[in-house]
Design a protein around this ligand. Structure first.
Ligand SMILES: Nc1ncnc2c1ncn2[C@@H]1O[C@H](COP(=O)(O)OP(=O)(O)OP(=O)(O)O)[C@@H](O)[C@H]1O
Ligand SMILES: [Mg+2]
Length: 201
């Protein structure tokens, strides 16, 4: 259901880049980014690039069960060529760009100058793919908000029973100029009961 709505809304805005964020830590951004990317890649007419931009705590690769490898922080801090950072997770039409080594400088790495260059390069090289960015939480990392200016659309993850109402309101105020195409209510009790382990879409 999430995939269908995302595809529809991206088409409406003629966009191909989507960021997944949430107000605070642990609300399910990474799991939803990964599941959504896999689900999008199953549509046979689409290729997908999943990018881990949560450089304070990159966790896309570990979510797929892979050991850490070079990624964006190694590219930005140590000059590792971007082309050497991509990982093939063994799922048709899906490519992953990992975050790399966790960086205490993560906020600086998300600077507008570096990010406009990176996003332009990714769109340029992967024009045929939907790009899904797993972002840090908007209310905790200032540059997550700035980064959102580089994407066509944004999904806001909210955790049932945990995300605070005022945090959602604050987020939506901050995201006023961003194309928020929807929110995902994650870890819902109903979904947990239906699917056993909680794909809370
Ligand atoms: N729908 C769900 N059902 C069950 N468990 C979930 C669900 N969504 C996320 N989780 C679990 O909750 C924890 C946090 O999820 P995840 O790492 O995706 O959140 P996050 O928002 O990316 O966190 P962080 O801010 O630390 O990056 C993980 O252990 C994940 O497996
Ligand atoms: Mg995460």
């Amino acid at each position: 259901m999430l995939r269908t709505q995302v595809v529809q809304r991206l088409r409406e805005v003629k966009g191909s880049t989507l960021a997944v964020t949430s107000p605070r830590a642990g609300e399910g951004k990474t799991l939803i980014s990964c599941n959504l990317a896999v689900s999008l890649a199953r549509l046979t007419d689409l290729g997908v690039l999943l990018v881990d931009l949560d450089l304070r705590r990159p966790s896309v690769l570990s979510t797929f069960g892979f050991a850490p490898t070079n990624g964006i922080s190694d590219h930005l801090l140590r000059g590792v060529p971007l082309a050497d950072c991509f990982v093939d997770p063994g799922i048709d039409r899906l490519l992953v760009l990992p975050g790399g080594a966790a960086s205490p400088k993560s906020s600086e790495l998300l600077s507008p100058v570096l990010m406009s260059k990176l996003t332009a390069e990714l769109v340029d090289r992967h024009a045929d793919r939907i790009i899904v960015y797993d972002l840090p939480p908007v209310l905790m990392i200032a540059d997550a908000l700035v980064f959102l200016e580089h994407v066509d659309a944004c999904l806001l993850v909210v955790e049932q029973g945990r995300t605070r109402r005022e945090d959602v309101t604050r987020c939506l105020e901050l995201l006023e100029k961003i194309n928020v195409i929807g929110t995902v209510l994650n870890k819902t009790r109903a979904a947990t009961q239906t699917y056993g382990y909680g794909y809370g879409y």
